[in-house]
Write a protein that binds this ligand. Sequence first.
Ligand code: NAP
Length: 456
Amino acid sequence: MSTITNIVYLLSAVLFIIGLKNLGSPKTARRGNLLAMIAMLLAVVVTLLNKQILDFTYIIVGLIVGSAIGAIGARKVQMTDMPQLVAIFNGLGGGASALVASAEYFQLSGGSTIIVLTTIALSVLIGTVTLSGSCVAFAKLQGIMRGAPITYGAQNFVNGLIITAIIFLGITFVMNPSLWIILMVIIGLAAILGVLSVIPIGGADMPVVISLLNSYSGLAAAATGFVISNNVLIISGALVGASGLILTKIMCVAMNRSIGNVLFAAVGSDGGTASGSGEQKIVTRYTAEDAVMMLDNAQSVIIIPGYGLAVAQAQHILQEMAEILMARGIKVKYAIHPVAGRMPGHMNVLLAEANVSYDLLFEMEVINDDFQNTDVVMVIGANDVINPAARYKKDSALYGMPILSADQARTVMIVKRSLSVGFAGEDNPLFYDDKTMMLFGDAKKMVTEIVQVLKA
Ligand code: NAP
């Protein structure tokens, strides 16, 4: 039985890796998800059979309750709330690893090796930090807690002190495994550390933190895999740990920030509030009719989607508008910024939902040189990713972030509800540029009006 189990584990591991590879492109992402799900199912079924668990009652009850919560949660959650859902999933994953490792500790019959005890301590530590940190990330994103960084003097010193205490207690625990109380103190300190590490991080950086916590949950699972000698848990945990780290790095590079800056610099605001520069600037309000006049005369149009597109759920009507323009011989492309929206790949998922052809989607590096030869750039619910202040305003949270060069196009149309700032809290000078047409309104409503005028 053990050989069959290991072969199935190996098959699962291979499927996980192929699944991850497939997730790298929007074209193959669905297949990647499916392969990873099959791998997980295989791993779970073969583990249950191998361990010859005599009483499946709790497992079946757990499966029914868990599946029901998961299915209802996944169906109900809005696309824009997806980061919160991921945060909670990460947290629960970390918590589960910590619980399994703790349960294993209480089953130990003495004579455990240093390696087993060390991995128990590590699993409990990382799992608990992930759980409490993810709860704070969830609360910040859900608006239960203030999104702005919460800071106090000697913050890093206090965190350092807690880490030192945990290391000391961890060594003491490994040397004296019968002292279970030490493990409990480690759990308590780890929970505090998770909270204290996430509260100073601003709401705008939360997706990066979630990706990092995702990586931690993988590491906790891998450590638990060592505790219970389960190969597939070690492999899948390591894969989650590594891919979470890679994603964190990709996001940091896209925002031109170091991970240290994200974690310790307390950058960011609650998001969505006015920048309060106090300066009076003038913008002209344009209508759907004005927009259509411009579009009808254009030969090339680049659409830049952003977070507001997701809020308004305007992807389907936007796709309809693009189809009409293309049918009239206008060249239409979509420019995708790596951190547009609120999670990596957010815009790709949104546009895929509306069946926008992948061939029309272009990454920032590929399309940035095209803007100067483009007649109309249509910005739908995006703000930070086109904010030219990122190039020169040194005291801005956006400074240094590569942006889409929308300002280089001949005409810029911006569809949003007001002049309010984006997630990074920075005023956008492009709104006040002479070549910019501000189309104020909800993205879905405004694009629907444009489509009606186009069809009239
Ligand atoms: P953004 O800067 O947050 O701006 C979105 C704009 O959408 C807002 O200014 C808002 O303006 C508008 N909006 C909201 N609801 C709307 C609606 N119903 N109809 C029309 N417009 C609406 O978004 P972004 O340009 O996509 O930039 C993403 C930000 O998130 C960046 O700062 C990025 O660094 C950060 N971030 C993203 C990720 C990621 O993985 N994607 C990770 C980390 C950080 P109004 O209120 O005036 O309508």
